[in-house]
Design a protein around this ligand. Structure first.
Ligand SMILES: O=P(O)(O)OC[C@H]1O[C@](O)(CO)[C@@H](O)[C@@H]1O
Length: 392
């Protein structure tokens, strides 16, 4: 296979670009949201003020000497980037480190009384309790009468489009209009996914989750269906070890989502009970590996995680950030073959993602030409388009 030379890494230093908007507008909006979410104490307010100043006008500061994960961040490039503007280092690194420092500011890593308090939890719970979630759960009653194959396809699309429900994405002008009609998929390898996961096929599914709430619920419904119909004998759900990118799912969010299902009526409760039972029997495992909050592409995945993905029938990665990490957060020409940019991944891999950043690969030339001809390049970032891509 011909080797495509690596494209330039995406930075946030071009005013008017999408990444620049995230650093300059969205991050301050995230700080404002967090500030309003809890009755913080003076030290936390001061730390949030300092972070706001640093991330808009200052430079990257290293973690404090006693931070529990200082060594880990040193290994992830902190010393290389300290002292530089947030806008001049890889955008993926900048964003990730911003969320790490936001947790630092509110005392998440302790020691102290605020240790372990998720600053995004009120927003996540509000979404889980919303009328939209009620409607989505009620729709499961209609699904129950359909043949299993049709249910599976509907649940796959539910999980895919659930990725539009992303709390961070709605915070500023750089976020898309999540109410816009869905024009469809820019790539659809779903048949390849189903051939990796045939009914009664057994094997292990790894699902790398993305957002909590209205994305995690359909992800869990899909997992419950795949386990119930033997598409997988076992599933491993990878979540974030700590709050991240506003709405990313942690173990606490999985518990909330499963309890939301079991507490609902009708078919939703049956899915919830199946998940509860699958956890109890070891058919579903939740993992929160530190690498899932790393500011690095999956090409740099550590050995233990590589071994897990290598042993899986397929690893499904959800959402935009996971896609950026899978293919590399670079200005790839959109027709760059997916097989080339995912050659590093230790086993079959599928991406389910709505497009919320500039990175895209694996498009066929006709699709790219049609999207580009339309002139408006917001299809890349507005969350109105989606893809299902598979590398077997
Ligand atoms: O929740 P998702 O689908 O990973 O999307 C998060 C996306 O939002 C952003 O934070 C801002 O667009 C991107 O950096 C990221 O890719």
């Amino acid at each position: 296979m011909p080797e495509t030379p690596p494209a330039p890494v995406i930075l946030g230093n071009e005013p008017g670009s999408f990444p620049h908007g995230v650093l300059a507008e969205r991050h301050p909006a995230v700080i404002a949201q967090v500030r309003e979410a809890f009755p913080w104490e003076p030290a936390q307010h001061r730390a949030l003020d300092a972070l706001l100043e640093s991330c808009t006008e200052g430079v990257i500061e290293p973690l404090p000497a006693d931070a529990p994960d200082r060594e880990r961040w040193t290994g992830w490039g902190m010393d290389t980037y300290a002292g530089r503007s947030w806008f001049d280092v890889p955008w993926l690194w900048s964003e990730s480190y911003f969320y790490r420092l936001l947790l630092q500011a509110v005392g998440y890593f302790g020691p102290g009384a605020w240790q372990g308090i998720d600053p995004f939890r009120p927003a996540k719970l509000a979404e889980l309790d919303s009328p939209e979630t009620d409607e989505e759960l009620a729709a499961l009653d209609d699904l129950a009468g359909l043949p299993a194959g049709e249910q599976a396809r509907a649940l796959l699309h539910g999980s895919l489009w659930g990725n539009r429900a992303d709390l961070g994405f709605r915070l500023s002008a750089t976020g898309g209009d999540t109410r816009a009609a869905a024009p469809g998929l820019v790539a659809d390898d779903s048949e390849a996914l189903w051939s990796l996961l045939p009914p009664a096929g057994g094997g292990t599914l790894c699902l790398v989750a993305d957002n909590a709430g209205r994305e995690l619920v359909p992800d869990l419904l899909l997992v419950a269906h795949l386990l119930a119909h033997g598409h997988a004998e076992r599933a491993v759900l990878h979540v974030k070890p700590h709050p991240y990118y506003v709405s990313d799912a942690t173990t606490a969010d999985v518990v909330d989502a499963v309890r939301r299902l079991t507490g609902a009526g009708g078919a939703a409760a049956a899915y919830g009970r199946r998940l509860w039972d699958a956890l109890a029997r070891g058919r579903l495992t939740v993992r929160a590996h530190p690498f899932f909050c790393a500011p690095l592409p999956y090409a740099d995945m550590p050995g233990d995680l590589r071994a897990e993905c290598a042993a899986a029938t397929v690893t499904v990665v959800k959402g935009d950030l996971n896609y950026r990490r899978l293919v590399g957060d670079r200005w790839w020409p959109p027709t760059t073959p997916l097989a080339e940019v995912t050659a590093h991944f230790p086993g079959p891999v599928a991406a389910l993602r709505t497009l919320k950043s500039d990175v895209v690969t694996g498009l066929d030339a006709g699709t790219e030409a049609a999207l580009t001809a339309a002139g408006d390049q917001r299809w890349r970032t507005s969350g109105t388009h989606a893809l299902i891509q598979v590398r077997t």
